[in-house]
Design a protein around this ligand. Structure first.
Ligand SMILES: Cc1ncc(C[n+]2csc(CCOP(=O)(O)OP(=O)(O)O)c2C)c(N)n1
Ligand code: SF4
Ligand SMILES: [Mg+2]
Length: 275
């Protein structure tokens, strides 16, 4: 009996045959969206450097992707990616990591990369929790949810990551959920093609930790929740904040052209060398 190969298997390292991901985790859908984007854009994995931090979502590119991958320390993928992009400006430098990694311990790196408008593509997997370490409160955990670090319910408000990244100056900002894999893929394709800082927030399901603490149930239940509660940005614009409570506003928030750090840096270096 012949075994059919997955059409995206060619983008994965041959010796990697197991995954750390739990059954039903949204990371599989995000992985597929990233690899399909590269496939449809007909780009070469050799032209990419993938960078991730620490967390379940940080396992998306590493060790799976057959490319240069940097699995860095918690909160620091954007700092590493910034260094890579400035040294190798011709590369597509791609960060995939979690909401805790990129908005808690790594929050400052995120906003300053937006401000600098360095040409990185960031897929920020927002599962609303610290998944890998057992379900602690993240800056994205809905207020009132009981977690292992907030046994009486978290009193903290959550970040609107897209609003924060847009305000910090990113060139491209979009949000989709794992219920919207095609739109997610299209946004990732635009993010890769954008010359500037691009952040795509992928709202994703962690049935094991988030599903447990919110009592939202399994992966299918959480996907149904995404389906029911997502609202396109065009419709959300006419609503009052109270009407958007608990809703996930999806779509493109920013798509603009502006001066980009790595190319400005390259231009300045060449100019100084001539003197
Ligand atoms: C300096 C440091 N602090 C804390 C940790 C423990 N730690 C590892 S991953 C993680 C949170 C991961 O959450 P997130 O980025 O949302 O990823 P997920 O597992 O949910 O995909 C934490 C707190 C660490 N590895 N290093
Ligand atoms: S703990 Fe959650 S985020 Fe981590 S692999 Fe399992 S389902 Fe995914
Ligand atoms: Mg998380």
């Amino acid at each position: 009996m012949s075994v059919l190969a997955h059409p995206l298997r060619k983008y994965m390292r041959k010796h990697v045959t197991v995954t750390t991901t739990c059954p039903g985790c949204g990371n599989g859908i995000v992985t597929q969206a990233i690899l399909e984007s590269i496939d449809e854009l007909e780009l070469d994995m050799d032209d990419f450097v993938f960078v991730s931090g620490i967390g379940c979502s940080a396992w998306i590119p590493s060790p799976l992707f057959a490319a240069d991958t940097l699995h860095t320390t918690h909160g620091r993928p954007i700092a590493f990616a910034t260094g890579v992009k400035l040294c190798l400006p011709e590369k597509n430098v791609f960060v995939a990591s979690g909401d805790g990694d990129l908005t808690a311990i790594g929050g400052n790196h995120l906003i300053h990369a937006c401000r600098r408008n360095i040409d990185l593509t960031v897929v920020l997997v927002n599962n609303g929790i610290y998944g890998m370490t057992g379900g602690q409160t993240a800056p994205t955990t809905p207020r009132g949810v009981t977690t292992i670090t907030h046994p009486y319910g978290t009193l903290e408000h959550t970040f609107d990551i897209c609003a924060m990244v847009a305000a910090a100056g990113a060139s491209y900002v979009a949000r989709w959920t794992t219920y919207h894999p095609r739109q997610l893929k299209q946004a990732i394709k635009k993010g890769i093609q954008k010359k500037g800082f691009a952040m795509i927030e992928a709202v994703s399901q962690c049935p094991v930790q988030f599903g447990k603490v919110t009592k939202m149930g399994n992966a299918v239940d959480i996907l149904k929740h995404f389906k029911k509660n997502s609202i396109p940005i065009g419709k959300a614009k006419d609503k009052e904040p109270a009407q958007l409570e608990g809703k996930i506003v999806v779509g493109e928030f920013v798509d603009q052209e502006k001066a980009e750090l790595a190319s400005e840096w390259t231009r300045l270096s060449a100019q100084l060398m001539e003197k």
